[in-house]
Design a protein around this ligand. Structure first.
Ligand code: SAM
Length: 470
């Protein structure tokens, strides 16, 4: 039985409801009247239900698809302007007792070296990341209650926040660790984490159980209900995601939106972010075993439709994707990207990218300076801002800011100031020159005179060496 308000995974992600949705979408994929009315609803920024969005996903009419893309771009500009938030993943430990068949860190893989960072090594990784200019991290770890207990994760978070290096500190630590208990989520909340991220991998229960044959992650309900426990533990911001390529994308898309609807129905606030990873080649993984991979065009359509369906939810793309794909989907709705990522444990301290212990192949291998310059050349403002989270504007308070349209008076100046810090402290001469011009031009786009004056004043102070305005 389908019930978005239920706390049972099998009821809020009902298999029958997804099947019915897919049938409904298939039947209506050429129903122009219905498609137009759904696009119109999205235009009014009302978001879309999983059924409505699935009809758009099924639609193959080129003119309608173009309309969807144009609208996604419009919504993206309206809520996120031209800002792109930057972050980097930090792998703490690749010890894992799960059996995920698509992940090289699965417990039975004997080819890769296992490593868990000591606190001294965490500090070195953080300093290497800070030396590039990063202010926002997503920590990653395999699931191993003995080697990576919650106490270890908490100690690492403490170490990360405690390091003051040159002109800065890491200002936001997001956490991507396995599903855990309400009590542990409360501990993470108390440690001051930003978003708790957990990818569902697949919403298809039967496939999920096959893809996770052993270990605690095998339990579909425990994994799928994790965000409810996280919210019960006081975490305001949660990040959803599907690993595209494991199952049929239309199924996953409906499941993902149903999950978002469930969080809204039960907790009064939807997901803070949605990630869109695609399966990549990795050690001990046979890529041909995953034949549900999706083309770049379908991937772009998925990103655009997520933008239409949940206009207030941030969208994250990682370095799994190439520069070319990233360029396309940033335009259609992505609001956060990682840069200069290394997906191996201890990878940031190495002179050369270690390829033998990476979790998956990284497509975009550019430096942070190069990624920042590339974004600016396309007219985007790379933002290192973490102000919302530090001011307590999380969960529904962040959503209200977003819905009130005040983002341009708040996020925009913050983005310019944090970009200025980056340019002063970490950028190459070329990047700095482009950035200074961009900041000058973008000051004019702050609507309120008073806010613009404050921003100008802060930019001057940053020039003189003062940092971290809030
Ligand atoms: N261990 C935690 C868990 O089980 O949720 C999360 C950390 S894991 C390092 C982060 C994510 O990497 C996984 O949730 C999965 O979606 C993704 N991943 C695993 N293998 C991958 C592959 N071959 N290609 C792309 N992404 C992969």
């Amino acid at each position: 039985m389908y019930n978005p308000e239920s706390l049972k995974a099998e009821e809020f992600i009902s298999h029958e409801e997804i099947q019915e949705t897919l049938d409904y979408a298939e039947k209506n994929k050429e129903n122009v009247e219905l498609i137009d009315s759904i696009i119109e609803k999205a235009r009014q920024l009302k978001g879309l239900s999983h059924r409505e969005a699935s009809v758009l996903l099924a639609c193959e009419m080129p003119d309608k698809i173009l309309e969807m893309y144009n609208l996604a771009e419009e919504i993206k500009k309206k809520f996120y302007g031209n800002r792109i938030v930057m972050f980097a993943p930090l792998y703490l430990s690749n010890y894992c007792i799960n059996g995920c068949t698509y992940c090289p860190y699965h417990g039975k893989n004997k080819h890769i070296a296992r490593k868990k960072l000591t606190q001294e090594e965490v500090a070195k990784e953080v300093i290497a990341l800070q030396d590039m200019g990063h202010k926002r991290l997503a920590i990653e770890a395999g699931e191993d209650p003995v080697r990576n207990p919650i106490e270890y994760i908490l100690e690492c978070i403490d170490t990360i926040y405690s390091i003051k290096h040159k002109n800065g500190a890491i200002r936001r630590v997001n956490v991507n660790i396995a599903a855990t208990t309400v009590e542990n989520y409360r501990k993470l909340k108390d440690a001051g984490i930003g978003t708790y991220i957990l990818f569902q991998e697949t919403y298809h229960k039967e496939s999920y159980e096959k893809l996770h044959p052993t270990g605690p992650k095998h339990d579909y309900a425990y994994h799928t209900e994790a965000m409810d426990r996280a919210m019960d533990g006081g975490i305001d911001d949660v990040g959803l995601g599907v690993l595209f390529g494991l199952e049929l994308y239309k199924y996953e898309f409906a499941g993902l939106l149903m999950h978002a609807e469930h969080l809204e129905a039960v907790h009064g606030v939807g997901p803070h972010t949605i990630s869109v990873p695609r399966i990549k080649h990795a050690d001990d993984i046979d890529p041909s075993a995953f034949d549900n991979s999706i083309s770049d065009d379908i991937f772009a359509k998925l990103c655009a439709l997520i933008r239409l369906a949940v206009p207030y939810t941030g969208m994250i793309i990682s370095t799994r994707e190439s520069q070319q794909v990233r360029e396309k989907v940033i335009r259609l709705g992505v609001s956060q990207i990682s840069g200069a990522s290394r997906t191996s444990v201890g990878g940031y301290q190495e002179e050369i990218r270690p390829t033998d212990t990476e979790q998956f192949d990284v497509s975009d291998q550019r430096s942070l300076d190069e990624v920042v310059r590339w974004l600016m050349e396309m007219g985007y403002i790379p933002s290192f801002c973490t102000a919302c989270y530090r001011e307590g504007r999380t969960g529904d308070r962040f959503m209200s800011l977003c819905k009130s349209g005040q983002i341009q008076n708040c996020c925009h100046p913050n983005a310019l100031m944090t970009l200025k810090e980056f340019l002063m402290d970490y950028a190459s001469e070329d990047t700095k020159a482009i950035g200074e011009k961009l900041i000058e031009a973008e000051l004019a786009n702050i609507p309120k005179d008073k806010v613009r004056d404050i921003c100008k004043d802060h930019l001057e102070k940053i020039e003189q060496g003062i940092r971290d305005f809030r």
